[in-house]
Design a binder for this molecule. Structure first.
Ligand code: AMP
Ligand code: MG
Length: 308
């Protein structure tokens, strides 16, 4: 079969869907920016290529490019740059384009693209609770702005301003009640967003901080959208001590040479922090109640497809 030209596909986009997607994108980005600016955050520019990037907890293709003999990766998340920014600032955020050449299994989920934007933020010297409150306030504010600006009939019928604080469920309790596939089931059942907290160490990356009072469990959290829309946010407190980062890299079976620059920074002193990232396109999809993330994004980098 000959694939349709990406240009032809582009000319046949559903005008109303991409208009609404782009309009909601405009509203929520502005709203979240204003929310964080009011709290005294500084916006840092995204980093697109760097010698270090997020290892992630699932395999993605990790191409590198060579420039005057130096090796650079494409940004999968700003995690390490966020931690480094806090050497100089107290609270920062970035609208960060992430390139993740996701595996084909993620093609049909409706919520994965190979290129997306994360509003990624980090706060020095604060813990998980502090940033969870920020997330809840920022989401509420964005939803309020959307409800004020757009016709209800264009939006997800289940969308409203949700009661805060959102419910918190421990990861292991969720597994016990719903089994391994808890996230999908709980998201489908829920009518309000909820948090999954205390995620087991091997389920996440080496940079998330282990709990002081519970070995093998992280000071991490995910926010899950209701009505089956799945994960909205991942975040947590970060590991910042040199020896512990080293141990965690080893536990994950990763090579310390790949993180030499991070380790060098940790030796010089990275501050303790907490933060999270919220996927912008997924938030748009949820607000509009769209079936697929690609329906509401102007240039969706769909997995496994030749697209613009
Ligand atoms: P992560 O740290 O991997 O959980 O990514 C942070 C957030 O970015 C997630 O909670 C999602 O909202 C969003 N995200 C992650 N991967 C993708 C993807 N492939 N496509 C679209 N959004 C994504
Ligand atoms: Mg995640």
């Amino acid at each position: 079969m000959i694939e349709a030209s990406p240009i032809e596909g582009f000319f046949h986009r559903d005008k109303e869907k991409i208009y609404l997607g782009t309009k909601v994108n405009t509203i929520i980005r502005g709203s979240m920016k204003r929310y964080l600016d009011r709290l005294g955050f500084l916006e840092i520019n995204p980093v697109i290529i760097s010698p270090i990037s997020d290892p992630l907890n699932h395999p993605v293709d990790d191409p590198t490019l060579s420039y005057y003999g130096y090796r650079y990766r494409l940004t999968k998340s700003m995690i390490f740059h966020k931690q480094l920014a806090l050497v100089h600032f107290d609270k920062i955020y970035s609208f960060s384009p992430n390139i993740r050449l996701e595996p084909l299994e993620r093609r049909g989920t409706g919520r994965h693209l190979a290129e997306f934007t994360q509003l990624d933020l980090e706060v020095k010297g604060k813990g998980r609770e502090f940033v969870m409150k920020i997330a809840e306030g920022m989401i509420d504010d964005a939803i309020e702005n959307v409800l004020n600006a757009l016709d209800r009939g264009s939006l997800n019928p289940g969308l409203r301003r949700y009661k805060r604080p959102f419910r918190k469920v421990r990861y292991l309790d969720a597994v016990e009640e719903y089994g391994k596939n808890f996230e999908t089931k709980m998201s489908q059942e829920a009518e309000e967003p909820f948090w999954i907290i205390d995620i087991p160490l091997m389920e996440r990356e080496f940079y998330d901080r282990e709990k002081d009072d519970e070995e093998g469990v992280l000071m991490d959290m995910d926010l899950i959208y209701p009505l089956g829309y799945g994960e909205a946010i991942s975040g947590g407190e970060r590991e910042y001590k040199y020896e512990r980062i080293l141990q965690r890299i080893a536990k994950k079976g990763q090579r310390k040479e790949d993180y030499a620059l991070l380790l060098e920074a940790a030796r010089l002193g990275i501050p303790p922090s907490a933060g999270f990232g919220i996927g912008i396109e997924r938030f748009v999809r949820f607000i509009l109640g769209a079936e697929r993330i690609s329906d509401v994004v102007l240039f969706p980098k769909e997995i496994g497809k030749f697209v613009l």
